[in-house]
Design a binder for this molecule. Structure first.
Ligand SMILES: Nc1ncnc2c1ncn2[C@@H]1O[C@H](COP(=O)(O)OP(=O)(O)O)[C@@H](O)[C@H]1O
Ligand SMILES: [Mg+2]
Length: 367
């Protein structure tokens, strides 16, 4: 006989793990008759931040089926927790980087730029949210250790819940997010050197429960430093998206950030020109000049031997800047804005790219 209670409980999704609680071993003893039900729900950890929402959803799901509902909330034993983390890791050993597996189909995208201030983080966040809004499962790794800004841009700032050694990334606008900023108190600067940096970014891959992702977007630090090289080795299948402004000098440094990716084995996915022009009633005004995007694409085509395209040109937009300050990415806050329209169109191109063709040059339509 199927349990009506279990069927109802299968509709309750754990908000951090995004899986039904019935599959996570969170449902303990169940007693039911035609009118009433008693269930024990086992949370992963004491003080689980999702406790309230799980309790509410469990009560709601059961109240639809039974007149009398009695829910007792407890916590898993150490053994049950180990069982769960083992299951979440898919029986792979701890300290395992899932993105290097042969059958891993996640499109890993490095967003890089030659220098800071070109809008790399703003674009990474908006692309991630735009992809998620189109039904993709998306992770966002803020690897800009010294200049992290993703927590502010996504409006999340919480230390991830830890289930044993597995970190559950907070979810914002349906994107799983990890940033060094979650682990640093009071905006303290991070003063680390090579080996510690390498360990930190490695942990972001091995110790975080990303689940099955369609996309992992990585906000790289500007330039060509330790972190970019470490990540290049840790994520060999990644492809690089190079962000530049139209300005000649910006294009020259942006080219180097694509070139370092080529050296660590990443192919170039494309170029985004940001702050391309200011729309006006008399036509676009090219505040930062023009041609930067094309120049970078041309040079990276020569260096890589495969054609690299400009995937989009994002106009200057006051609304984009303001929405970043408000932690409401413009692609969901005001998708009609001209910058948002362009970012959403780039997201569509990324979705249309065939997956799992690491290291091969992908022919995507130029903008
Ligand atoms: N297209 C744009 N129009 C207007 N402001 C922008 C645009 N792109 C980025 N910005 C603003 O430029 C600044 C730098 O952007 P940010 O994403 O932090 O750059 P980076 O990560 O490359 O250092 C931010 O204040 C951001 O809001
Ligand atoms: Mg940034």
């Amino acid at each position: 006989m199927t349990s009506r209670a279990l069927v109802a409980l299968a509709s309750v999704i754990d908000p951090e793990l995004r899986l039904p609680i019935t599959e996570l071993g969170m449902v303990g003893e169940v007693q039911e008759d035609s009118d009433s039900v008693n269930v024990v729900i086992k949370l992963t950890i004491v003080g689980c931040p999702a406790a309230q929402s799980i309790e509410r959803d469990v009560n709601q799901a059961l109240a639809a089926e039974f007149k009398t509902v009695n829910v007792v909330m407890t916590t898993m034993s150490q053994e049950e927790r180990s069982e769960l983390t083992k299951k979440l890791r898919g029986d792979r050993p701890p300290k395992f980087n899932p993105f290097v597996e042969k059958d891993n189909l996640t499109k890993v995208i490095f967003v890089s730029s030659g220098k800071g201030g070109v809008g790399k983080s703003t674009l990474t966040v908006n692309l991630a949210v735009a992809l998620a809004a189109q039904g993709q499962k998306v992770g966002l790794l803020d690897a800009d250790i010294f200049g992290y800004s993703v927590p502010q841009l996504m409006g999340v700032n919480q230390t991830p819940t830890k289930v044993d050694h597995l970190m559950l990334p907070p979810i914002s606008h349906e994107v799983k997010v990890i940033s060094i900023g979650f682990f640093v108190a009071d905006n303290q600067p991070v003063a680390w050197r090579g080996p510690m940096l390498h360990r930190a970014v490695e942990q972001f891959l091995t110790d975080v429960f990303w689940g099955d992702l369609d996309f992992l977007l990585v906000d790289l630090p500007p330039g060509t430093g330790d972190v970019a090289i470490s990540l290049g080795q840790l994520l060999p299948k990644a492809q690089t998206l190079v962000v530049t402004t139209p300005q000649h000098t910006a294009a020259i440094v942006a080219e180097r950030s694509g070139a370092i990716g080529l050296q660590t084995g990443q192919s170039v996915l494309g170029v985004i020109e940001n702050m391309s022009y200011l729309p006006s009633k008399d036509g676009p005004i090219e505040i930062f000049g023009s041609g930067g995007g094309e120049a970078v694409a041309k040079r990276l085509s020569e260096l890589s031997g495969a054609e690299v395209f400009v995937l989009g040109k994002i106009p200057l937009s006051q609304e984009l800047r303001e929405s970043a300050d408000r932690a409401l990415p413009i692609v969901v806050g005001n998708p009609e804005d001209s910058a948002a329209v362009e970012i959403i169109s780039i997201a569509r191109k990324l979705i249309a790219t065939p997956r799992g063709l690491a290291g091969k040059s992908l022919k995507i339509t130029p903008s």
